[in-house]
Design a binder for this molecule. Structure first.
Ligand SMILES: *Cc1c(COP(=O)(O)O)cnc(C)c1O
Length: 379
């Protein structure tokens, strides 16, 4: 592990700021204490496991989307492991059951195939079913688990009452970067559809997508909704945010390699939208760049683009007070969630290093990648 200063960090590099992470965790702690809910980290969104020592005291465990995330949770987080998958594979059931506290099935058919086998392996295991409340105000269809023809969660029409005797809990995940108002609307639909079964349950999992740590999120309303629900049904409540844990806790630092001109000035960086920040293309969204404005807002406008051969590997157009020079560092804000968990070695591009700025200001480079990481994924 290397200790270094910000200016001498390798490039590209993700830099987590531990004190910002703790600010988010303080909000989670408040929600837990005042509502009585348990909060899990969704590894799908944030799995920087070298920061788990910081997260562990504040959270109850992790939610995993299959065997690999469950193993990471079990090895590195070592608290509750809740595993859900759109479909479990027979050969993975035993290993998942052994390390999980909750196992959540996506369909009654999967529940019937695997629940008993899993329970035999781990008698402590609590069994759940993910349901689809068929209501969501998700802003983007690709992130809408309740959209038309969604495969995620069992609809009321497909709900098979024969599994009720073995069922401990219900799970829904219907939000994406949304406020407590949206949860309230989802809860209304969830209760309308599945209300008859809720009193039979030990727990209800409200999924992720709660934008709890975003400025303006109504934390008190979330607490109120959870308390009200707990009181009404006498069940344990779980939340499993991913994005809200890593929200605005760190950056992706890149370097300008060249500047070319074709109708506009284009800065080629040593990172990639496609490989390192794919949501900028998929969602799409525009990351904030430190010190930069919208195109034309400041004196010098550039298109920031990636160092792969994909024509569309573009972060966006940004303006700066001073002209960019080769070797300048460009800092993308809010790059901790849905970035390193999605990153690829597409085009052989080097994965960004991972560094953590500790509370005392020390920066530790906790991981660097090289050619081997590219080669080992191929054969
Ligand atoms: C993606 C996901 C989460 C986390 O969602 P965030 O938007 O990152 O909070 C939680 N639970 C399930 C089942 C998910 O698919």
């Amino acid at each position: 592990m290397k200790r270094t200063k910000n200016t001498s960090l390798p490039s590209p590099c993700w830099l987590l700021n531990e004190s910002l992470l703790i600010q988010n965790l303080d909000v989670m702690q408040k929600v837990k204490e005042q509502s009585g809910a348990k909060i899990l980290l969704a590894l799908k969104g944030y799995a920087l496991w070298k920061s788990f020592d910081t997260l562990r005291p504040y959270l109850d465990g992790c939610c995993a989307s299959g065997l690999h995330e469950a193993k990471l949770a079990s090895e590195e987080f070592q608290k509750e492991v809740h595993t859900y998958a759109p479909a479990f594979k027979e050969e993975e059931i035993a290993e998942i059951a052994e390390i999980s506290r909750h196992m959540v099935f996506n369909s009654a058919a999967q529940f019937k195939r695997f629940a008993q086998k899993a329970k035999k392996i781990n008698p402590q295991l609590s069994l759940g079913l993910r349901v689809n409340p068929e209501y969501s105000a998700s802003p983007k269809e690709i992130y809408n688990p309740c959209g038309l023809h969604s495969r995620l969660g069992c609809t009321l029409a497909n709900f098979d009452k024969s599994i009720l005797t073995d069922l401990d809990g219900l799970h829904f995940h219907a939000l994406c970067e949304q406020d407590a108002d949206a949860l309230e609307a989802v809860l209304e639909n969830f209760e309308e559809k599945f209300g008859a079964y809720i009193p039979k349950m030990k727990w209800i999992n409200f999924g992720g997508g709660h934008h709890i740590t975003r400025k303006g999120y109504d934390v008190d309303k979330l607490i109120h909704l959870i308390k009200q629900f707990k009181k009404k049904y006498d069940v344990d409540i779980y939340l499993e945010p991913g994005e809200a844990i890593g929200w605005e806790t760190g950056t992706l630092i890149a370097t300008v390699l060249d500047i070319v001109h074709n109708g506009l000035d284009i800065a080629i960086l040593d990172t990639s939208a496609e490989a390192h920040m794919p949501d900028t293309i998929i969602m799409p969204y525009r990351a904030n760049v430190r010190g930069a404005g919208k195109a034309g807002e400041k004196a010098h406008t550039y298109r920031l683009a990636g160092n792969t051969c994909l024509a569309g590997d573009i972060m966006g157009d940004y303006s700066f007070d001073m002209p960019l020079k080769i070797g300048d560092r460009v800092i993308f804000e809010d790059q901790m969630h849905y970035t390193m968990v999605k990153a690829t070695t597409f085009n052989g591009i080097k994965l960004p290093s991972i560094a953590i700025e500790r509370l005392n200001g020390d920066i530790e480079v906790v991981r660097e990648f090289g050619y081997e990481d590219f080669k080992e994924r191929l054969s």
